[in-house]
Design a protein around this ligand. Structure first.
Ligand code: HEC
Length: 127
């Protein structure tokens, strides 16, 4: 089993602030998906897709906080944005089946990242 990866304390504090926001968005998103409120879903999903991210460290920023994060973390951040965009697209197209599937995919990304970095448990074949 791969060793669990942990995030540095400073990154965790920044994430905690950002995630509070995610938790609230996700509750609104859930209610909007389940009641087929397409416009609300489009707007909230876009907000999730566009929110600021930790940027991948370049060759000149190897000593920064971002450079101390595992690469997989950035992949999951990108996956979250991609899936939020897919959800917004499905909602805009008013395709309820596509929308609920896209919502499930988005939730998977939340869980995958949390299972790796929140409790330090490696991801368990969700993808
Ligand atoms: C790229 C990784 C990543 C993704 C993707 C991610 N999270 Fe998180 N989330 C974290 C980490 C790391 C923490 C724990 C921060 C800490 O150490 O307290 C966290 C914590 C949280 C918390 C608890 C915040 C608190 O006040 O302690 C909530 C709520 C949350 N995430 C919601 C979500 C939702 C909803 C999604 C999907 C829309 C999501 N997260 C996607 C990494 C991620």
């Amino acid at each position: 089993m791969p060793a669990p990866e942990y995030l540095p304390e400073a990154a965790r504090i920044k994430l905690q602030e950002r995630m509070e926001h995610h938790g609230a968005d996700m509750m609104m998103l859930t209610a909007s998906v389940l009641t087929l409120s397409y416009e609300d879903v489009t707007e909230i999903a876009w907000n999730v897709a566009l929110e600021p991210k930790f940027s991948r460290p370049g060759p000149d920023s190897m000593d920064t906080l971002n450079a101390s994060l595992p690469l997989r973390f950035f992949d999951l951040q990108d996956e979250l944005a991609d899936r939020a965009r897919a959800l917004a697209g499905a909602a805009r197209a008013r395709d309820h089946l596509k929308m609920v599937k896209a919502y499930g995919k988005l939730a998977e990304t939340c869980v995958t990242c949390h299972s790796t970095y929140f409790h330090g448990i490696p991801p368990s074949g969700l993808e």
